[in-house]
Design a protein around this ligand. Structure first.
Ligand code: ZN
Length: 398
């Protein structure tokens, strides 16, 4: 059993200890100490990092026998005395998020009777799962209340109680362990059984910000950040918003409607371009038909068309084959190539069959009927593809 110094001295950054044993965890050396200030992953809070005699601690594991194993970058000697140093910026960040969670959860319970049924302290953001769904206004009211408790700078103290004593106390969070319980007391606001690390006064949380929320299993999952993370989140949003308003010249609060307007304009423009491309295709079709290759009584138009998308190729092919006696195989100019194969009504060529042959040889996919077939994803040398298309169309000549 390891003496957990962080239980009673959560602000301890350095400590001395004896290595009781060196073990292997997932093929890495792990030191078990007689005492430690390193917090092991548990209760939704991640482990501490730092060093033991200068050797990096890369994971801290809470084990069933109540010992704590420190996974190391390289082994230490069993029986040796070591100096442990906690990576304080990481630990303090975890203390801000974790204490912030206690206050936020208490605010939701006090204001809305919404119980916290889950908590996860993530690398970037943390989440709490609440037992009931809430309106945005209710979420904001709890956020305001939680920040009021932060700014009142209330003491956060660690208390110990037996199960019998705890049963008589108004605990928000019921204990998961048996025996002597560790209680976190946010003065006159929240009392919870918890084994994690917390700041000494609520003011150290700095600020609590709810970033987003989503419905989950009849309740709601909130994403939130506290302290340094809240500051960094604000900077990230500030920079993103500043970049957007430089681009569109509106006030920040006008951004959503400006983006909606731009999307609508964009949709209209695309529609206009599509209509104009198709109208233009009629004139291009005349030029292409005039260059047709005559084979017997039929005219073959096999071309690679610059800057043509699928709708334009189709419009061109349809326009060309509206004349009697024409077959067309049109390709986009850039690989992977698009293709449209078409024939004049009643012609002998099977567009679907020609397309299938092209795909068999040059890859891609597609399909269609006897009159019109289209595909894409063809690869290879365009001259070779055009020659093959001419050969296939001509072979269908009657
Ligand atoms: Zn806690």
């Amino acid at each position: 059993m390891t003496d957990r110094l962080y239980y009673t001295q959560p602000s301890l950054r350095e400590f001395d200890a004896t290595v009781l044993s060196i073990e292997q965890i997932a093929a890495r050396p792990a030191a078990v100490l007689d005492r430690t200030a390193f917090y092991p992953t548990s209760g939704g809070q991640p482990f501490d990092t730092g060093t033991l005699n200068g050797v990096g601690v890369v994971d801290v594991v809470d084990r069933d026998d109540h010992s704590i194993a420190h996974v190391l970058e390289r082994p230490l000697e069993a029986g040796s005395r070591v100096r442990g140093v906690i990576d304080w910026s990481r630990r303090f960040d975890h203390m801000q998020q974790h204490t912030g969670q206690h206050v936020l959860s208490a605010a939701f319970e006090r204001l809305h009777h919404a119980r916290t049924v889950g908590f996860h302290l993530g690398a970037d953001v943390s989440t709490v799962d609440l037992s009931q769904d809430l309106k945005p206004g209710a979420i904001q009211a709890a956020e305001d209340e939680a920040n009021r408790i932060v700014w009142e700078d209330r003491p956060v103290v660690v208390r110990f109680a037996t199960a019998e004593e705890a049963a008589a106390l108004p605990l928000r969070k019921e204990p998961e362990r048996e025996g002597l319980l560790r209680l976190i007391d946010v003065a006159d606001y929240d009392l919870s059984a918890c084994g994690g690390t917390h700041v000494g006064r609520t003011g150290e949380i700095g600020a609590i910000q709810v970033l987003s929320w989503e419905r989950l299993r009849g309740g709601v999952r909130l994403e939130f950040v506290c302290g340094g993370r809240a500051l960094r989140a604000f900077r990230r949003f500030r920079d993103a918003v500043a970049g957007c308003i430089r681009g569109v010249s509106v006030l920040p609060e006008e951004l959503p409607s400006a983006i909606e307007r731009m999307q609508a304009e964009n949709k209209d423009l695309r529609k206009t371009i599509r209509i104009q491309q198709e109208q233009l295709a009629k004139y291009e079709a005349i030029a292409l038909a005039d260059r047709a290759l005559q084979v017997g009584a039929r005219f073959l138009v096999v071309e690679s068309v610059p800057q043509a998308e699928a709708n334009v190729l189709k419009a061109l092919a349809t326009s060309i084959t509206s004349r009697t006696g024409y077959d067309a195989a049109l390709f986009s100019a850039d690989a992977p190539f698009l293709v449209v194969v078409a024939r004049s009504p009643g012609g002998p060529m099977e567009a679907g069959v020609v397309l299938r042959r092209l795909v068999e040889r040059f890859g891609g996919k597609g399909g269609g009927r006897a009159d019109l077939a289209q595909g894409g994803g063809l690869a290879g040398d365009m001259t070779e593809i055009l020659d093959e298309a001419k050969r296939l169309l001509a072979a269908r000549e009657t």
